[in-house]
Design a protein around this ligand. Structure first.
Ligand code: ZN
Length: 424
């Protein structure tokens, strides 16, 4: 029988990490250790879609590739997915590192007009085109480190006009490609200076004016809220998330990051797709999340860069059967564009196994942004987003820290990173 000609075959992967079998429901418990590895694996790609997965001999029996990529002595994973970033911001906050070293906390820096509010000033002062230019560079860095899809939040505009500007930047970046971006409206990221001591009024603006307008323009898939003591309380957060739901924006929440606050319970009550951070999530809250199927997005770089001793209790969550995903929390206070480093932090600080951390950065991360039907695993019918890593074993993700181990990145079936560089 003649072989079917396809655009691309990646062959002879020492380990092809498929993460298959969890496209419908996220991996939980011991399933998170199940990477579906194929040794001497191959993937055939046609029109940007995966058409065959198996051992190299199985795939070559049926297919021949216009382009063949030899992945001998390398591993291949699904393109990494980062389900939590604050990608669109102007300026930087390097001077705050010294304040943190001297012991200033997150809320203290915020109350001094620093932190988010400083970035809000810089971001408001930047035009859409200036932001686009800044973010293009950031998107390139992310791709070079093997991540092919990110969720990206607004939240440094905090006026309707500026929030729209940020979401338009996200949309434009996604249209330009090759990095895919999934947009989240985070108007409730902080209370802007002009609404200080007028929080209820601000919440009303967000709920009654901004959410309907953002939804009308189709600029966001999700609506998120920074639910925290002294920022948006439980009742405010509930109002914002329910308002988002009424207008078709799926809820997400920054929950229980700095204080035990009932954020996990609220996530379950509202039925958010994810609850993020969860350093102080209660037993009851996690149990409720598990019941409703809320995914925990853990962000180990956040406590690291805030110099906190406490980390989310990933082991407890996995034991309880809560689905866990991992994100970077990329932002001006946690400037990290390398998901490989997040996997290492998850191993060393959250005591996740390398396999669990890879699951949490691929298929479970895809679930956490509502994209598991098309990305996050190497399965027939899915988008051909693949990362080729120069390592002899998948455990080098985690084990080897801080080096970019990406050899190639395939996005929508096209090799876009080769020898560690962008091809186009
Ligand atoms: Zn965040």
């Amino acid at each position: 029988m003649p072989k079917k000609k396809v655009d691309l075959i990646i062959l002879h992967a020492k380990q092809l990490v498929t993460a298959r079998g969890y496209a419908h429901t996220p991996a939980i418990g011991s399933e998170m250790d199940d990477l579906g590895i194929v040794e001497d694996g191959a993937v055939a790609v046609e029109d940007g879609t995966i058409v065959a997965v198996g051992t190299t001999s199985e795939v070559l029996e049926e297919y021949s590739g216009t382009i063949n990529v030899d992945a001998s002595d390398k591993i291949v994973t699904p393109g990494l997915v980062d389900p939590h970033t604050h990608l669109v911001f102007a300026g930087s906050r390097e001077t705050e590192l010294e304040l943190k070293i001297k012991g200033a906390g997150y809320l203290e820096i915020l109350q001094r007009g620093g932190g988010i509010l400083r970035t809000v000033r810089d971001t408001r002062a930047s035009s859409r085109d200036q932001l686009l230019q800044i973010c293009r560079k950031r998107a390139e860095n992310i791709l070079l480190h093997g991540t092919t899809t990110v969720e990206a939040k607004s939240g440094y505009g905090l006026t309707l006009q500026d929030e729209i500007k940020l979401l338009e930047v996200i949309r434009r970046l996604d249209e330009e490609g090759p990095l895919s971006l999934v947009p989240t409206f985070l108007g409730a990221h902080a209370i802007p200076a002009e609404y200080e001591s007028k929080v209820p009024e601000y919440v009303t603006r967000v709920c009654d004016d901004w959410i309907p307008e953002i939804a009308r323009r189709g600029l966001a898939k999700f609506c998120d809220v920074f639910c925290e003591k002294g920022v948006f309380e439980i009742a405010d957060s509930r109002r914002i998330l329910e308002s988002g739901k009424r207008f078709g924006l799926l809820p997400k929440i920054h929950a229980d990051e700095l204080n035990p606050f009932g954020g996990a319970e609220l996530a379950a009550e509202v039925g958010t797709i994810s609850a993020d951070h969860l350093l102080y999530a209660s037993e009851v809250g996690l149990e409720a999340m598990k019941r409703v199927g809320v995914i925990a997005i853990l962000l180990p770089a956040a406590p690291l860069t805030l110099m906190l001793e406490r980390y989310a209790d990933a082991r407890k969550m996995i034991a309880q059967g809560v689905a866990v995903a991992l994100g970077s929390d990329l932002s001006p206070s946690c400037w990290l564009e390398n998901q490989q480093l997040i996997i290492a932090l998850a191993c060393y600080k959250l005591k996740m196994t390398p396999a669990e951390a890879i699951t949490a950065s691929t298929i479970n991360a895809a679930h956490a942004i509502g994209k598991a039907h098309e990305i996050g695993s190497i399965e027939v019918g899915k988008k051909a987003d693949l990362t080729v890593l120069d390592m002899p074993d998948f455990r080098f993700l985690g084990y080897r820290v801080g080096t970019n181990m990406v050899d190639r990145v395939v996005k929508n079936g096209r090799v876009i990173v080769e020898n560690g560089r962008l091809t186009a």
